[in-house]
Design a protein around this ligand. Structure first.
Ligand code: FAD
Length: 444
């Protein structure tokens, strides 16, 4: 029987192990941390995640989508909380289209359960290096210190943004390109609990954003009616930055002044401040993504910043594509992995560019009347001429159009929309019937 090794049982590794067992491989998964289903370990990077089309496609292909849907909360759009206290809702796509908030811990545990039905899962086993010439992985048990090794026909490193396989093995290779760029901003998560009677403090089926120009607060719903809120802000060097929030009083004043409605819902926010870590955000690019029969997947290959909610979705899409290539090339791994690199690298780069651009959109542009006008026109053109116009957000979140194609088409469309708005002097006050006639003339 062919043997596969998966390093890391995070989101991508656990799902990929399911795929490999379905393909008839004997799969061994090695995870550095204890088994999160038994140990009470923190969720890690974020408490909840937005799952969209590409993620569901990869889950459905191995029959796991419906199980995850049971714990997924649809979010049909973004609700902006403006400084004057007013709310503004922007629908994400067509009626009924949504991205879904899921608990990272829940989805990871369900994927591990699915993997474990036919794969071996080894916990507390940290990969120290991979001998890629001989397909051999080396491990250190984090409890006993015991060293061991395992050999596979093929090895997948799904060990996350700071991948040990990439660092200890690939980066030692000639002509391996690598870059790691921290963005200026970090993030801190805060839990907004449900009301005492269990009801939610915010509307549930929407992603909440408090855009404030150079920083923003967001909130995603949890199943128990609490919300996981994340403050993204420069670490340093700005009037409003994490470094300046040095005391409980300063945190309290900051929230009261900047997010007044949020503060009213959670006046004890400053008490929570120190209980949550401050984390950094980086974009990590590298190439190639394989050597011999060892390949990088998920964040190990293309870690990105979280502003498009696509990191996991893109990692899950790696599984879809790898699986399709296995079918096409009959598990001829040199061919499969060569094609995987060729097809996926431009998409890894594009999802990183899209994620960075969307930070500007979320923290600043969503509150800008000019952007709101652009969205309104885009939505209307897409409604009237769906075969001619597909908004960028929809391409990324509601289809599997290649990320690099979506990026290119989105940029061209933005230029054409602004040309259209300028050519006809369209403003927020222009009547809908006049906008419709102009759209028919231009796009009909
Ligand atoms: C704040 C935040 C919000 C996010 N929100 C979203 C979102 O809404 N939607 C979305 O799609 N994505 C989101 N992401 C991105 C998403 O979290 C990642 O893309 C996703 O977790 C990548 O999965 P992975 O399996 O590749 O890596 P990970 O989830 O990091 O898993 C890697 C696993 O490998 C293990 N490991 C590490 N080193 C070793 C070793 N040496 N040996 C053995 N095991 C090892 C780790 O313990 C871990 O279990 C967000 C990220 C952040 C930071």
């Amino acid at each position: 029987m062919k043997q596969a090794i998966v390093i890391g049982s995070g989101l991508v590794g656990s799902l990929w192990a399911v795929y490999l067992t379905k393909a008839g491989y004997k799969v061994k998964v090695y995870e550095r941390r204890p088994d999160m289903r038994k140990a009470n370990i923190a969720a890690g990077k974020s408490i909840n995640l937005a799952t969209s089309y590409r993620g569901w496609k990869a889950l459905d292909a191995v029959g796991l989508g419906d199980e995850i849907r049971k714990v997924a909360i649809p979010m049909y759009g973004r609700t902006m909380h403006l400084p004057d206290g007013s709310l503004n809702f922007q629908q994400y796509g067509a009626d009924g289209q949504a991205i879904y908030s899921v608990s990272r811990g829940d989805i990871n545990k369900k994927l591990m359960d699915a993997a474990e039905t036919s794969a071996e899962l080894h916990f507390d086993e940290e990969c120290t290096t991979v001998d890629m010439e001989h397909n051999t992985c080396y491990f250190r048990n984090t409890i006993t210190g015991h060293m061991s090794s395992a050999k596979g026909d093929v090895i997948f490193a799904t060990d996350g943004a700071f991948s040990a396989v990439r660092y200890t093995s690939m980066q030692k290779m000639d002509r391996f390109n690598y870059s790691q760029n921290y963005i200026e901003d970090g993030y801190k998560e805060i839990l907004l609990p449900a009301n005492a009677d269990g009801s939610p403090k915010l509307a549930v089926n929407t992603l909440h954003i408090w855009p404030r120009g150079r920083f923003m607060l967001i909130a995603l719903p949890n199943f128990d009616n609490s919300f996981t809120c994340t403050l993204f802000m420069p670490m340093d060097g700005h009037e409003h930055c994490f470094r300046n929030l040095t005391s409980k009083e300063k945190v309290d004043v900051f929230f009261k002044e900047m997010f007044t409605d949020f503060h009213a819902m959670m006046p004890e926010v400053s008490d929570e401040w120190d209980a949550h870590p401050l984390s950094s955000l980086a974009i990590i690019r590298c190439f190639p993504w394989h050597y011999n029969n060892t390949a990088l997947m998920g964040d190990a290959a293309h870690a990105t910043v979280p502003f498009y909610g696509q990191g996991m979705n893109c990692g899950f899409e790696d599984c879809t594509v790898m699986w399709e290539l296995m079918q096409q090339h009959d598990d001829n791994w040199p061919l499969v992995l060569g094609e995987y690199d060729r097809l996926r690298k431009p998409n890894g780069d594009a999802v990183q560019d899209l994620s960075l651009n969307n930070y500007l959109v979320m923290r600043d542009k969503v509150a800008d009347p000019a952007f709101q006008l652009q969205l309104k026109i885009e939505r209307r053109i897409a409604e009237l001429y769906p075969d001619k116009y597909f908004p960028l957000y929809s391409m990324v979140s509601f289809t599997d159009i290649a990320y690099h194609e979506a990026l290119k088409r989105g940029a061209a469309q933005e230029v054409s929309i602004w040309q259209f708005i300028d050519d006809h002097n369209i403003t927020a006050a222009t009547e809908q019937k006049d906008i419709d006639s102009l759209i028919h003339l231009r796009f009909g």
